[in-house]
Design a protein around this ligand. Structure first.
Ligand code: NDP
Length: 241
């Protein structure tokens, strides 16, 4: 029987590539999103992957969303916590709204999404939880105190949850992408990418979403059961943690 995988923010960008790669690897995939209905509908039509709309910053919405996916597809055995946002600004000018939105979306969502699935995974003695952190959670980034804090938090969450569940067939791992060619990075002015980002990437290019998806498929595999609590950097050599 195909395992069920849920990818948050799974309808575009890195998440879209993850959803497609998991489907190609034989999983029954559900992709969630926040509010971009047009992108979600297009994704659904192109891929045949069912899409679900809820806000990962709401525990109630996540609980209800998980129940709906499980009722329609079956128990969630692979959870990819991918949904994320940035709201950059120097800390001395950062608003509480910029701080809270980024912390709640990138870190709070890991509680909101994982808590409703973990008991089922523990009961079934199988689970794969894969958290999409960031290079900027490993090294810090100017203008991203909020994002760096949240993404570093994702790594701590990964390690502690891995310890608690290692005996029960559940693995918990983090992936730290470097700069990947998605709308999030396309929003950065071209000259900033060329002058300030590319020179710091030894591979001299941005990564592609499919290169993150490949790492997710690897960690989700039944045969990856001895890999837990790890942080996999996929960044073209930019930062060697
Ligand atoms: P995109 O902006 O392209 O896509 C983000 C996805 O997350 C969308 O599907 C969006 O839904 C969803 N989302 C955002 N907020 C919420 C919310 N509150 N509730 C539910 N879903 C939400 O992002 P990327 O593909 O670039 O990034 C994916 C992940 O990878 C993020 O965690 C990001 O921090 C991380 N990352 C990205 C890097 C990059 O270079 N792009 C580098 C390192 C890490 P909707 O479509 O409805 O808006």
């Amino acid at each position: 029987m195909a395992r069920v995988a849920l990818v948050t923010g799974g309808t575009r960008g890195i998440g879209g590539a993850i959803s497609k790669a998991l489907k190609a690897a034989g999983y029954k995939v559900a992709a969630s999103y926040a509010g971009n209905d047009a992108a979600a509908e297009k994704f659904k039509t192109e891929t045949g992957i069912p899409v679900y709309k809820w806000d990962v910053t709401s525990f109630e919405a996540c609980t209800e969303g998980v129940r709906k996916v499980e009722a329609e597809l079956g128990p969630i055995e692979v959870l990819v916590n991918n949904a994320g946002i940035t709201k950059d600004g120097a800390f001395h000018k950062m608003t509480l709204e910029q701080w809270s939105a980024v912390i709640n979306t990138n870190l709070g969502s890991l509680f909101n999404m994982t808590r409703p699935v973990i008991e089922g995974m523990r009961a079934r003695k199988f689970g794969r939880i894969i958290n999409i952190s960031s290079i900027n959670g490993q090294k810090g980034q100017f203008g991203q105190v909020n994002y760096s804090a949240a993404k570093a938090g994702d790594i701590g969450f990964t390690k502690a949850l891995a310890l608690e569940n290692a005996k029960g067939g559940i693995t918990v791992n983090a992936i730290c992408p470097g700069y990947i060619n998605t709308e999030m990075v396309q929003a950065v002015p071209k000259d900033v990418v060329e002058k300030s980002i590319l020179p710091h990437i030894p591979a001299n290019r941005l990564g592609e979403p499919e290169e993150i998806a490949r790492a997710v498929v690897f960690l989700a595999d039944d045969d990856a059961g001895f890999i837990t609590g790890s942080t996999l950097s996929v960044n073209g050599g930019q930062y060697q943690a």
